[in-house]
Every structure is written in C-alpha cells, then in structure tokens.
Design a protein around this ligand. Structure first.
Ligand code: GTP
Ligand code: MG
Length: 470
C-alpha cells in the first residue's frame, strides 16, 4: 500500500513547520520567528513499528500568490492541467522558486493541509492562496493555528475555508494534545474517499503505539519505585561519634541515589514520547522544579492526611513511619517537628521504628552497623509516583512544535496542576499501593506477583486517564 502524504502549505511564518512538528512528533523540524525559514520541501515520515505509515512534507511559504494564481488560471482556461503546467513554466525562474517548490509534493499526489494564523484577518493574498489550492484539485483541509488567543476572525476564516476546502479544523501547534492529534487524523479521512482505509489504519496504528508507550511507562515507573523503595545502604562503624557521621553520609548518598534513579526514569519517559532534540523544559509553575526532598514536594505530593489514616488502618509493619506521620500530622509534620533534613530522612527511611524526637539523630542501628533504607514510609511511594505522573503529564502535553514556554507562567507551586494525581484516590487504590509497598519492602517469596500486577493495572489506567484528559 502506498504511504499517504500530506504537504503542509501556507503563507510564510504562519506556523506550518510548527504544525508539522507537532503532527509528526518530530522536534528536529526547523521553526523560527523569521519569515522564510523553510526554503525547500522536506518530508518527515511517521514510523510505527519500523514501518512508514504516513508522511508529512514541510514546504516554503507562498511568495507570489497573485502571480501564481493568474498563471494557473490562464492554463486552466486553455484546458491544461494548471498545477503541472504552472510548474513547468516556473521551473528555473528564480523569483518563483519557492512557489515552484511548494507545489512539488502536490504533483506527486500529496494531499493538502493549509495552515493559517487565525488570530489575524483574512487578506487578499490569503484568498489567492486558497484559490490556487482549489485549482490543484487535490484533497485538502484547512487548519487554523491561532498564535494569539483571538477568535475575532474565526468565522471569516471558516467562511473562506468552506468555499475552498473539503474540511477545516482548529488545531494549535503549541497546545495540541494527543487526543487532538488523533481527531485531526480522523478528520483527514473524510477529505478523500480513497484515503479512508489507509488513514483508518494509521489512526489504529497511532492508538496502538500510544498504548505501547503507556505500557513502557508503566514498566519504567514500577521499576523506579521498586528500586527506590527497596534501596538499602549500610556501613560498619566503631564508635557512636562515627555512627552519627556515617549516618549523615549514608542519608546523603541515599537521597542522591534516589534523585539519580528518578532522573534516569524521567529521561526514559521523555524519550518514549520523542522529545529528543531540544532540551525539555518544564513549565515555570511546575512543582517538579522543587527537589525530591524539598519540604513542599512532600507537602503537595505525599498522601493526603485522610489517605495516611486509611493506610495506617490497613496495618502491617511496612507502613512504619507512615503511621507515625498520621499522629504527627502528615509528612509535613516530619520536616517541621524534626527540624532537620537528616532527622526527617531518618523518620522516613531509618532502620528503627520512629518513636520520638530524642531518638531521631545519630543512633547507630544494630550496634556497629548503620543502615539506611529500605523506605519506612509509604509516602515515598506517593511522592515518587506523583512526580513521575506529573512529569508524564507535562511530556505528553508538550507539543513538539513548541520550543519553549513563554516565561509568563504562574509562580512555582501556585497552579492547580501542582496537585498530586493521587490526591483524590480512594481507599481501594490506597490499598493497592499499600500492598505493593509491602511486598517491595519485604521481598516476599513469590515476588509479589499479584500485588505488582494490581499496582501496574492501576498505573496503566491512570496513564490512560491522563492521556485522555485536557
Ligand atoms: N504562540 C504561538 N506561536 C506559534 C504557533 N505556531 C507557530 N508559532 C511561532 O510562529 C513562528 C513561525 O513558526 P514556523 O512554524 O516556523 O512558521 P512557518 O510557517 O513554517 O514559517 P516559514 O517556514 O518561514 O514559512 C515561530 O516563532 C513559532 O514558534 C502557535 O500555535 N502559538
Ligand atoms: Mg517553515
């Protein structure tokens, strides 16, 4: 079967390359605020399972729409193919280079996606461009990529589109989500009957591919949690003084190791969603800018007080400091009551059960052996899980055509999106996490197959929900 191809056409600087970059999930496409950035056609294949299922072609913007239209009309009138004959005429005329070039993909059978910046009014040149595209006779869809929040001219654009295109849609190169990309592909099916079947297969392949990426994300997050929650560091020491020192050192290594493992896991998620070339930037307001062991992180991304009580009620030594935290008033209480990071870490990850302020610091565990980890508090699971889910949420909603966030975002931590995804989880989900936490800590003999499977299912459903939400 031949691969469907769509050429992205339009006026210079309207966002053609940005739309293409987002649709093809390719952040290597050249995007720039200077008009005339794209001067040659370049095709970007969409490859799924090693097979090219679809191809988008980036093109230069129209340079002389009025002249091109006049030349094409002339040829159409005398019964010639206006597209083919115009290109024959324009080949080798330097000032028509871009116009010659951008029509090339159409001659070999590509469909048209026409991009306009809908935040400005319709001009005469736009009408000429639209008429040119109608004269080519190729299947065509128009899309409004509004650079500014302005829908004043939207109806005017739609009226023009209805005259010249088989279909039209609003699609924002900077904000389009996975769900909106699928909707656009679905809509492309309707512009030509011959494309219905191949494009249905493309949409199906997209959906499957997304599910596979989510499954891989479940693997990565489950692996990260298992690794971090079971991490254990220990050292032999001689004196009590040495023990204090050793303990601080172990806490340091412990927290650094966790942060490093987390970073690697997040990078792998980023790669799965094809954000490869440009440095990924988190939105300015994201709570992820705070460190893993920042007090605010735990305050926002740990369990809610109610959930701590639920987890405490489930029993089992694995909750450890978590139960204590219920009485202290949540993990936030750990940081404030203890007053030092080392003290808080001790409560969360120390080998002994937490029973009071005086015993938090510098107590060697088991005499000559100082040990940190495995995690004593289930809150670590929630903090790591929420941070990974938030990271996933940012990554999947960061359109590939977007190259940076505008710096006017809300201040750190102020946005509602800084709430943990698990904050509304019910007792049932808390129990699934609790059981998983318990088997990771105890390294149970059957490997906790059942508990892990349930946790993975919960995680998979959560990712699916996040993909489909706004
Ligand atoms: N805010 C905002 N800016 C956008 C959007 N789409 C494109 N831009 C910006 O507009 C400028 C032009 O975008 P390009 O995608 O390079 O436009 P183009 O149509 O390919 O331009 P040429 O190749 O020069 O014809 C870039 O600075 C983009 O970042 C959008 O949806 N929102
Ligand atoms: Mg371009």
């Amino acid at each position: 079967m031949i691969t469907p191809e769509f050429a992205i056409l339009g006026h210079p600087n309207e966002g053609k390359s940005s739309v293409l970059s987002t649709l093809a999930e390719d952040d290597s496409v050249r995007v720039s605020p200077t008009p005339g950035e794209t001067t040659e056609c370049r095709s970007f294949p969409v490859i799924i399972d090693g097979r090219e299922v679809l191809r988008f072609t980036d093109t230069p913007g129209f340079q002389n729409p009025a002249r091109v239209l006049a030349e094409m009309k002339k040829r159409a009138k005398s019964g010639e193919n206006p597209l083919v004959e115009f290109r024959r005429f324009a080949a080798g005329i330097p000032e028509l280079h871009d116009d010659y070039e951008l029509l090339g993909p159409l001659e070999r059978g590509a469909g048209i996606i026409y991009v306009v910046d809908g935040s400005r009014p319709v001009r005469i040149v736009d009408k000429a461009e639209m008429e040119i595209l109608r004269l080519t006779g190729k299947p065509r869809m128009a899309i409004v990529n509004a650079k500014e929040h302005n829908d004043e001219y939207l109806e005017d654009w739609k009226n023009e589109f209805r005259k010249n295109f088989n279909s039209n849609r609003v699609f924002n190169a900077h904000r389009a989500t996975y769900a909106e990309r699928i909707l656009l592909l679905e809509a492309l099916k309707s512009i030509d009957q011959d494309w219905q079947k191949p494009l249905s297969l493309v949409v199906e392949a997209f959906r499957k591919d997304w599910a596979a990426r989510n499954a891989a994300t479940v693997d990565i997050i489950t692996g990260l949690l298992t690794d971090c929650l079971s991490l254990q560091l220990s050292e032999n020491v001689g004196s009590e003084k040495e023990a204090v020192h050793s303990r601080e050192k172990l806490f340091h290594t412990y927290s650094e190791t966790l942060a490093r493992k987390e970073k690697i896991a997040h990078e792998r998620i980023r790669g799965l969603f094809k954000h490869n070339i440009f440095q990924y930037e988190l939105p300015p307001h994201s709570v992820l800018h705070a460190d893993l062991f920042d007090e605010q992180t735990w305050q926002l991304l740990g369990m809610t007080k109610k959930q701590v009580v639920i987890a405490g009620g489930l029993g089992g030594a694995a909750i450890g400091a978590g139960v204590e935290m219920a009485t202290l008033g949540h993990s936030l209480g750990i940081f404030t009551a203890v007053g030092t990071v080392a003290g808080a870490l001790s409560a969360l990850f120390g080998g002994e059960s937490f029973s009071g302020k005086a015993q938090l610091m510098g107590i060697p565990l088991g005499g000559e052996r100082v040990q940190v980890g495995p995690a004593k508090s289930i809150d670590l699971l929630f903090v790591l899980l929420n941070r990974s889910l938030l990271y996933y949420h940012h990554v999947i909603n960061w359109a590939h055509g977007r190259r940076d966030y505008n710096k006017t975002g809300q201040p750190l931590l102020a946005s509602h999106s800084s709430q943990g995804f698990t904050s509304r989880w019910s007792a049932g989900n808390i129990k699934i996490c609790h059981d998983f936490f318990k088997i990771v800590g105890s390294r149970s003999s059957d490997g906790g197959v059942k508990e892990t499977a349930r946790f993975r299912e919960l995680l998979g459903n959560t990712l699916q929900e996040i993909s489909e939400s706004e």
